[in-house]
Design a protein around this ligand. Structure first.
Ligand code: 13P
Length: 124
């Protein structure tokens, strides 16, 4: 059954997320995909996938995805976080993660957990 998945990556992790999305194009293509603005632009340009690009993360995109979670409109979040760089929009990042935890949303933050999410988490 198609699910709704959001794909988000910080700048230093965008190459990794695009590569991961390309590797898993066939599986991801079965679902409705959303992304923050810059991440979504890159996925649309560099893979065969079609994602709905929201606002850029620092300009409200993280908050838009958080709202989707709060409204029950998101099944899974793949969020490749940069653990080595301070973010000006850290409060938005924390809010998005907090909502994903609060609403028990499937959440992957790196390749290993994203692989697990695709393999098992979206099964039904
Ligand atoms: O900053 C982000 C997530 O916190 C990602 O936003 P962009 O995809 O617009 O770069």
């Amino acid at each position: 059954m198609p699910k709704t998945i959001a794909l988000v990556a910080h700048d230093q992790r965008k190459d990794a997320l695009v590569a991961w999305a390309r590797t898993h194009e066939a599986a991801l293509g079965a679902h409705a995909l959303y992304a923050t603005g810059t991440t979504g632009g890159r996925i649309n340009a560099e893979t065969a996938l079609s994602v709905t690009a929201l606002k850029s993360g620092p300009l409200g995109g993280d908050a838009q995805i958080g709202a989707m979670i709060a409204e029950g409109r998101l099944d899974a979040l793949v969020f490749f976080i940069d653990p080595l760089t301070a973010m000006p929009h850290d409060v938005d990042v924390k809010s998005l993660l907090r909502l994903a935890i609060l609403y028990d949303t499937l959440l992957a933050v790196n390749e290993a957990s994203a692989n697990m999410l695709l393999r098992g988490g979206l099964a039904d």
